[in-house]
Design a protein around this ligand. Structure first.
Ligand SMILES: C[S@@+](CC[C@H](N)C(=O)[O-])C[C@H]1O[C@@H](n2cnc3c(N)ncnc32)[C@H](O)[C@@H]1O
Length: 168
């Protein structure tokens, strides 16, 4: 078990707090996760998958991806892949929703949104201290066929900034 995978378990509660607020905000836009094709970039051990399962949310397909093989091995998601957020292993427009939670600041290049369907939703969430990275990525995506639906803060145990964007 890598050091990161081991200590990350203690972070589960903090992540669930963020997912809860993100879910509420998706609801405000009438955005549903049930029956959707969902992709979790930088999924780590699969907290998001476990959270949705605990809430009784049933995506049609949920794919988890992480660059860390150990984290993917521990992830309970049935569809999982080792890969990089900068070059996703899916080229067609497949997914209704892509989650990129606390990963953007770790990518060497920009996130690849190729696998997101037209009208699909991208959720980027980052600790507030990386706000400048979030703002730059939102601007880049806005200039590259995405519309910003919502930008908000979560003032929980970790201060977080979240962007909900739609591919047009
Ligand atoms: C802070 S954790 C966030 C995990 C998860 N998204 C969550 O909601 O708890 C960051 C994860 O991003 C992964 N990661 C780092 N660089 C990556 C890359 N280039 N592509 C995909 N995943 C990456 C790490 O291995 C780690 O599991």
């Amino acid at each position: 078990m890598t050091f990161f995978t081991k200590i990350y378990e203690s972070w589960r509660k903090i992540q669930y707090e963020k997912y809860e607020v993100i879910l509420e905000n998706l609801g405000l836009y009438g955005l549903e996760l049930n029956n959707k094709y969902i992709f979790d970039v930088g999924s780590s051990k699969g907290f998001l998958h476990d959270f949705l399962e605990e809430r009784g949310i049933k995506p049609r397909v949920f794919v988890a991806m992480d660059v860390d093989k150990e984290a993917i091995r521990k992830n309970r998601t049935s569809l999982k892949v080792v890969g990089m957020g900068e070059a996703l292993p899916f080229k067609r427009e497949i997914f209704d929703v892509i989650f990129c939670i606390d990963v953007l600041h770790l990518l060497k290049r920009k996130i690849d949104i190729e696998p997101l369907k037209n009208g699909g939703i991208l959720i980027i969430s980052l600790p507030k201290r990386y706000e400048h990275k979030m703002n730059a990525e939102v601007e880049r995506l806005t200039n590259n066929g995405c519309k910003l639906l919502s930008l908000f803060e979560i003032n929980g145990q970790e201060e977080e900034k979240v962007a909900i964007m739609m591919r047009e």
